[in-house]
Design a protein around this ligand. Sequence first.
Ligand code: SF4
Ligand code: SF4
Length: 385
Amino acid sequence: MSVTASPSLIKELKHFGLTDATQCFHCGNCTGVCPLSTEDNPFPRKLVRYAQLGLKDKIIESPEPWLCYYCGECSDRCPRGADPGETMMAMRRFLTASYDWTGFARKFYTSEAFEIAAVAIVGALVALALIIFGNWDGAAAAAKKTGQAVQLNTVWPNHAIEIGDLIMAAVLTIFLLSNVWRCVKITMGDMLTKIPFSFYIWKGVDLLINVITQKQFAKCEDRWQWVVHLLIMTGYSSIFLMVVVGIRWFQRDTVIDPDWPTVSLIMTIVGYYGTAAILYGTTYALIGRIRKSKAPYKNSHSTDWMFLILLQATTLTGILVHVFIYLHLAMATYVTYIIHLAVAIPMLVLEVPFAKWAHLAYRPVVLFLTRVKKDYAEAIASLGH
Ligand code: SF4
Ligand code: SF4
């Protein structure tokens, strides 16, 4: 099989955040210390080498960037300051763009102006739609009739928001799954159809456990980084599920709904957990990036900042909406709710299928595929004996 080298690959990868990979002199220290590198899938040195040689197709077919959780141990031990951890991060961005058939992810990662404009345009459209379609007169009349100042569910009925949520979720799923399918085909190559279906089924449980626990990350020395990752992931997933699937119970004019006391209490508790988890995780990461406190936070791509800022702004405005409902401040609730959705929706529609959040799908899927491949290879080897 012929391999084509791309002389401009390093330059291209720099747009995705590659920093010091050219400094590498291949001592192998990084692969030696990486707690997640294995005999079958050694990294990160191999990927640094691919970048230096311009082996673009090799990188695109590689599962290894998704097997790295960016603990930073390799970067700390690199004698040349080549930051192999950041190389793996840049490659995950590059792979996300390579899997995406729309070309949107590439633009989002390689142009700060495009990234900011996309977020601003989607946010402005959301705010405009909420202002135009809000039932303002109905809310004023309902407030007068009931004596309850906040009428969030009259201005924007939760069943209408639910329909919008489900349409958005369906569109995001189509984009994300079509890109995941490309990732599967690229990563597996010919093996995809050669491996019997039963191997995929058996490893399905593993996939689920990895999604929920992110247990691979726990093998790294810096266990706190795993905890922070888990907090952001579980906090985000629980809020996402409540907003998309349970909005009719989640969006209320009162903190506990008398018609649904148990469900609304559960929603409140899960909401508090999700909010606290995201707030802690994003604050920790933001402070870390500002201070460059450890290897994973030393180099920040513009999309890292955008991701954290949108996530934190969504959480803070969500808290404020909740506080204003408590305080019966109608206009403050409505204005904050508009801002809340104007930051939350761009984060969802742009980050989930095309940017940072896509790794929530790619990483466990690729981890699963590498295990299926390994099991299959072992089964074939045992048949040979
Ligand atoms: S430790 Fe640094 S110099 Fe050594 S192989 Fe890894 S990236 Fe290259
Ligand atoms: S950042 Fe951590 S997991 Fe990733 S390659 Fe380096 S040592 Fe391995």
